[in-house]
Design a protein around this ligand. Structure first.
Ligand SMILES: [Zn+2]
Length: 281
């Protein structure tokens, strides 16, 4: 599933090629892509609108259209939003939507599992989009200090589960939660409230570092994720624990283990990420 670095890469690769373009027409091939609108109503509303800006919040892309309208996109499991510089290339499998631009090129939403969603909303009015409305702080924003993180971690839930909670921190998913906990040396099952100040500082640094490095590598392609140009990411070659079960830890050679935390596969080094359950007493 695309997480913050993947969605940010899609944003960065689309920005130079779609901002300033005017949508001439659109076609929706899969109605459930639009939970809040009919296809003809949706296409009627975006027609003749110009893309002014593309921003990201958590795992959401917000495409700002002229006339105070925003097109919100969530890629979910397998969604790909790809710009094609020429129009009417053959239609590949799993295309859910197409947007043709007036001068040239088109934007395609390709989605094998079909969980992706698109919404149209008045600019800044996110009340009808629950996940976006309740989103926690951006981990790469200036205001995200380790004190902010410490506040969010005050819970007896497992730290891994807290990191995946989008209302606590925006944009982390299974890959980067595991990688950040490994770098910080924190056991994924440790309750949030049990982390000391030093651990919270280390975790804060690890979250910021791993997200920045992954963006610099254009994200992680395990299977479906593609950039806005249709390319794969490169960070899958730099993962230290995620999907490395049974391989030696780069720090200590102990074999990486996989457990379930809150129903999610979780990878960690049992030697580097120890948990002394003292704080539970
Ligand atoms: Zn280790």
């Amino acid at each position: 599933m695309p997480e913050l670095p993947e969605v940010e890469t899609v944003r960065r690769t689309l920005e130079p090629v779609i901002v300033g373009k005017t949508i001439e027409r659109c076609e929706i091939y899969y109605q459930r892509l639009l939970p809040q609108a009919g296809a003809s109503q949706f296409c009627g509303q975006v027609r003749n609108r110009t893309i002014r800006e593309i921003v990201r919040r958590g795992k959401y892309l917000i495409i700002d259209l002229n006339g105070e309208l925003e097109l919100i996109v969530h890629l979910r499991m397998t969604g790909q939003l790809i710009y094609k510089p020429t129009q009417d290339l053959p239609l590949q499998k799993h295309v859910s939507a197409r947007f043709w631009f007036r001068d040239n090129g088109e934007l395609r939403f390709v989605d094998q599992r079909k969980f992706g969603t698109m919404y149209l909303t008045q600019k800044g009015d996110y009340q009808g989009i629950h996940g976006l409305f309740t989103l926690g702080p951006e981990p790469l924003a200036d205001g995200f200090t380790w004190h902010v993180l410490a506040e969010k971690l005050k819970s007896m839930r497992a730290i891994k589960t807290i990191l995946l909670d989008q209302t606590k921190i925006a944009g982390l998913g299974n890959i980067y939660a595991d990688e950040a906990l490994y770098r910080a040396g924190v056991h994924p099952l440790k309750p949030g409230s049990c982390l000391g100040g030093t651990e919270v500082k280390k975790l804060h640094q690890s979250i910021v570092a791993v997200l920045k490095e992954a963006i610099a590598s254009h994200g992680t392609t395990i299977k479906d994720y593609r950039t806005g140009s249709g390319d794969t990411g490169n960070f899958q070659n730099k993962l230290r624990v995620y999907r490395r079960t049974g391989k030696p830890c780069g720090n200590c050679q102990t074999l990486i283990e996989r457990i379930k935390v809150g129903g999610r596969s979780t990878h960690f080094c049992p030697n580097c990420q120890r948990w002394d359950p003292e704080c539970m007493d």
